[in-house]
Write a protein that binds this ligand. Structure first.
Ligand code: AGP
Length: 579
């Protein structure tokens, strides 16, 4: 969703801002803009993507600037609604990530006092309120404005002839990068990695006064110190490195993501949390919800531990009885629904654990403890290596709870993931790419694996896909099966093998082409299906991983065959920061 960047230093701001915005493109956006500070405010704003416009020719002068990628909420995507927004005089400019819930009321009052509005956005009220409070001290004006706002914000504000950027955060992420005689600000670390590894994570309620040489942070009117942390991601991690897409690169990075996450292990606090938890609830959205469901199946079937899993967006409004340990699973650590659920769990006195990929992200600030996945930055909107690293983290928890029962399996699992990366799936792609509807089916943990397979297919190929428990198809969806409706069935050996084979035969009898993922050498299965994709003969924990990777590859190659924008699928944002 929206992304913001800021720069102040000795270099021309415009190229740095544009580069920073490109690094934020992965979050999803529909328009962008920058402003630089000189004796006036210089402004450039545009609907569309940075690469679609004459953005290379943008040359606003100035050593201080702010920029924004907008994902429209209030007002359609347009040049005018793009940020930065300015006050009536055009001498104050700001970019905003978040939502101002009371903007309509504020706007009415401001219009009544003579302010002229250019856009339909909620954000513009902030510029006019700052204008009313501005008497030459920008920080003071921002400080007086913020209590009037209801909602969430990460803000960067500049004013003509004022050599500062004022930054503020409440419920939307904002990080500062400390360079050598220059400072950067951004919604996340991606734009900062090529400039510095020294990062300050602002906290809710913080206001930062940023000059080229220094940053001073205030909270509740008093100066506060926030630690400078070193990030362990580097700029190579955010480059495509010869792959056609970030998603392809990230799929191929999965053996490493899994291995690194397992190698990092659990700290003693986290291990104690999981060992001693009387009740365990996981809360998550999208792909992270699917990893949580897989964990539930594995924990209940392999270790006899009951687990509850909740969708983040439902949790806040229909909370389950809350007790014990609540685990929030979120790649970005910024998903609004997951954060809201976690806050509610804290209010109910639960102990809380965050599993996330992003150091310093909001979820790590809220939870009692954090288990950091080691996937490295994930740029493709579709989660791939973060999914696998989440499974690694969750399997580590399982292993700790079961006193090391899976340690050996987990230490070798990355090899099996590497093995399936080169599977030939072209026949399966050929069946899927012409389909309007596709079903993914499995049983036990392979049911949520199928749900994830379907989500991947939907989001990047735009083919309608559903993930089902294999036994459920005959309770309704059978009506949709034709020779044009491929079914992808995950059919490993084990207690459900026989019934899966029966289910597959039932689907075949309805003329659906079947693509089966089964164990290498399973001739019985190979003979009854249209396309057979072999998986290594491994432990069930590892089968979950290898099957998932093959399904990712199937979506990826299908989307490529259909010439979709794989890394930035339409309408989607990487980090969903609104409820
Ligand atoms: C998955 O491919 C999607 N990008 C999406 O479902 C994502 O998993 C969801 O929005 C949750 O994100 P999070 O893990 O960052 O909380």
């Amino acid at each position: 969703m929206c992304g913001i960047v800021g720069y102040i230093g000795r270099r021309e701001a415009t190229p740095l801002l544009m580069q920073g915005l490109k690094r934020l493109e992965y979050r999803g956006y529909d328009s962008f803009g920058i402003a630089t500070m000189g004796s006036d405010i210089n402004l450039f704003k545009k609907r569309g993507r940075i690469s679609d416009s004459e953005s290379d020719a943008v040359a606003l002068a100035g050593y201080v600037g702010i920029g924004h990628t907008r994902w429209a909420t209030h007002g359609e995507p347009s040049d005018i609604n793009s940020h930065p927004h300015t006050d009536c005089s055009g001498r104050i400019a700001l970019v905003h990530n978040g939502v101002i819930e009371n903007y309509a009321e504020l706007k009415k009052q401001l219009v009544g006092r003579g302010h002229r509005f250019a856009s339909e956005t909620d954000t513009e009220v902030i510029a006019h309120l700052i204008e009313e409070h501005y008497n030459g001290d920008l920080r003071e004006a921002v400080e007086k404005t913020l209590p009037l706002l209801k909602g969430s914000y990460a803000l960067l504000v500049i004013a003509a002839d004022d050599q500062r950027i004022i930054a503020a955060r409440d419920c939307s992420p904002l990080v500062l990068g400390i360079g050598d005689g220059e400072l950067f600000a951004a919604s996340d670390m991606m734009p900062l990695l090529e400039h510095t590894e020294r990062i300050v994570f602002m906290e809710d309620g913080d206001i930062a006064e940023i000059t080229a040489g220094e940053v001073a942070i205030y909270c509740d009117g008093a100066r506060v110190e926030r630690p400078v942390e070193l990030v362990n991601w580097c700029v190579e991690d955010v480059r495509k490195g010869g792959f056609a897409h970030y998603m392809q690169k990230e799929i191929f990075e999965q053996p490493q993501a899994f291995y690194e996450t397992i190698k990092a292990g659990l700290d003693d606090h986290v291990a104690d949390m999981i060992k001693n938890a009387s009740e365990i609830t996981l809360v998550a959205c999208g792909t992270s919800y699917h990893t949580a469901l897989i964990f539930k199946y594995l924990a209940e079937s392999l270790c006899n531990i009951p687990i509850r899993v909740e969708v983040g967006s439902e949790f806040k409004y229909y909370p389950p009885p809350l007790k014990g340990l609540v685990i929030a699973v979120s790649q970005s650590g910024e998903t609004a629904d997951t954060l809201a659920a976690l806050k509610m769990a804290k209010v109910h006195g639960c102990s809380t654990l965050a599993i996330t990929n992003v150091q310093g992200s909001t979820v790590t600030r809220i939870a009692d403890r954090t288990l950091l996945m080691r996937a490295g930055p994930e740029i493709g909107v579709a989660a791939t290596k973060s999914y696998t690293a989440q499974l690694a983290a969750l399997m580590e928890l399982l292993d700790a709870r079961c006193e090391g029962a899976f340690a050996d399996v987990l230490s070798h699992a990355h090899l099996a993931i590497g093995e399936v990366l080169l599977r030939d799936i072209q026949q399966a792609v050929a069946l899927c790419k012409g389909a309007e509807h596709v079903f993914f089916v499995g049983r036990g943990p392979f049911y949520p694996v199928s749900m994830e397979g379907a989500l991947k297919m939907k989001e990047i190929s735009y083919i309608h896909a559903e993930g089902y428990a294999a036994g459920e198809l005959k309770h309704g969806p059978f009506a949709l099966l034709t020779e044009q409706t491929p079914v992808i069935a995950v059919c490993p050996p084990g207690s459900t093998y026989g019934v899966m084979v029966s289910n597959i035969k039932e689907m075949k009898a309805r003329r659906a082409p079947i693509i089966a993922l089964g164990t290498d050498g399973d001739k019985e299965l190979e003979e009854i299906v249209d396309v057979f994709i072999p998986l290594p003969d491994t432990h069930p924990l590892v089968q979950v991983l290898t099957a998932s990777v093959v399904l990712q590859l199937l979506s990826y190659h299908t989307a490529c065959a259909l010439q979709r924008d794989v890394d930035k699928p339409r309408n989607l944002a990487k980090s969903v920061t609104v409820e």
